[in-house]
Structures are given as C-alpha cells and as structure tokens.
Ligand binder design. Structure first.
Ligand code: 2AM
Length: 179
C-alpha cells in the first residue's frame, strides 16, 4: 500500500480554501475532503512494514500546535510528479518542524529510508497545467496575501492512497493524538 503522513485540516480551514474554488478557470481543484498538509510521503509499503510504521507513530509523543496558512505558490511540473500544482503555504513554526522531525526519526527507526528532500510545507489546492500562464500570474497576484485564521492541530494521520478512476483515493487509516 502507498502511505503518507499528513494533517487532515480542520473543516474551517478547508472551507476557507474551498472558497477560492471556481475563481481560476481551467484549474482542477482538490476535492475539499481531500485537502491535507503532508508531513511525510512514505510511498509503497509492505503490510508488515505498515504495521511497524503504525506502531512507531503511535509511540511518538507530539505536542499540539497552532497552524495558519499564508500565501499561494506554484510548483512547476517535475518529471513523474506530473501537473503543476497550486498550493497554499504554511506559516513556518517550530512545533510543526519538531513534529516532522519526530515522525522522521520514528520512521527511520523502523527502516524507512530517510527523506532527502527539503520539507516545503504546503497544502495542494489545484493542478494548474491547463491554465494559461498570464491567467495564473494574475490570479496569484490577487491571492498572494492569502492568510487564514490560526487553528489548533491536535492530531495527525496515516493515510493510504489508491489510484481512483480520475484522482487518487485517500483513506485516513489511523489518527494519532497530539497532547
Ligand atoms: P502534493 O500534493 O504536493 O502532490 C499524497 O500523494 C500526498 O503526498 C500529496 O500531498 C503529495 O504532495 C505528497 N507527496 C510528497 N512526495 C510525493 C511523491 N514523491 N509522490 C507522490 N506524492 C507525494
């Protein structure tokens, strides 16, 4: 199974983000229920290793923290990752970095290969490969100052991802409480 660890965003934040939908013709928006903040992509994992991942995450003691989204940006398509992605950024915070480090340590302890890529916390909002560049640039300028209220994050989630007919299907497998 294909796994990743993420924060399943509170409804109020998803609603704020979903309020942007429809404002950019040609964008393929992420379904509001699927909006999340990935902490660690794990990838294809054997069932026995998935059990160990769950155990490792369960044993981790993480602290709850406040999170706000700010600004928008675009990752241009890179190889197999496919379409360019429009995202909302995450205000950098020490507790978020701390949680991510704890997750990384826990995963490495059960043999998951270290993450070499730099952590760029973001919430993917839409695939925008079909949006003409000038239209995208205008939209970005108008929404660059996006800033949501801050919300308390009191859990994180192990998700599985399966290919669906038109988009991946994300399933929340286990929630882990932050204290
Ligand atoms: P994205 O939204 O920027 O594409 C499930 O695929 C989640 O894991 C997505 O949030 C995705 O980020 C993230 N992710 C990180 N690295 C990935 C990778 N190498 N392949 C697929 N998804 C990845």
């Amino acid at each position: 199974m294909r796994l990743f660890v993420a924060i399943d965003l509170p409804r109020s934040l998803r609603e704020t983000l979903a309020g942007l939908y429809g404002s950019l013709p040609g964008a393929r928006w992420v379904a509001p229920d699927d909006i999340h903040l990935t902490l660690r992509f794990i990838g294809e994992t054997r069932p026995d290793v998935a059990d160990e991942v769950d155990y490792a995450l369960r044993s981790l003691r993480g602290r709850r923290f406040d999170l706000a989204l700010q600004q928008t940006g675009v990752f241009m398509s890179a190889g197999s990752r496919g379409a360019s992605t429009l995202w909302a950024g995450v205000a950098r915070s020490e507790p978020l970095d701390h949680l991510r480090c704890k997750i990384e340590t826990a995963l490495q302890r059960v043999g998951i290969a270290p993450e070499r890529r730099r952590f760029q916390p973001h919430v993917s909002l839409a695939r925008v490969d079909r949006v003409p560049d000038p239209v995208l640039a205008g939209w970005m300028q108008a929404h660059n100052l996006l800033r949501t209220d801050s919300v308390t994050i009191d859990n994180f989630t192990l998700f599985s991802s399966q290919p669906g007919p038109d988009r991946p299907v994300y399933t929340a497998e286990v929630d882990y409480e932050l204290v």
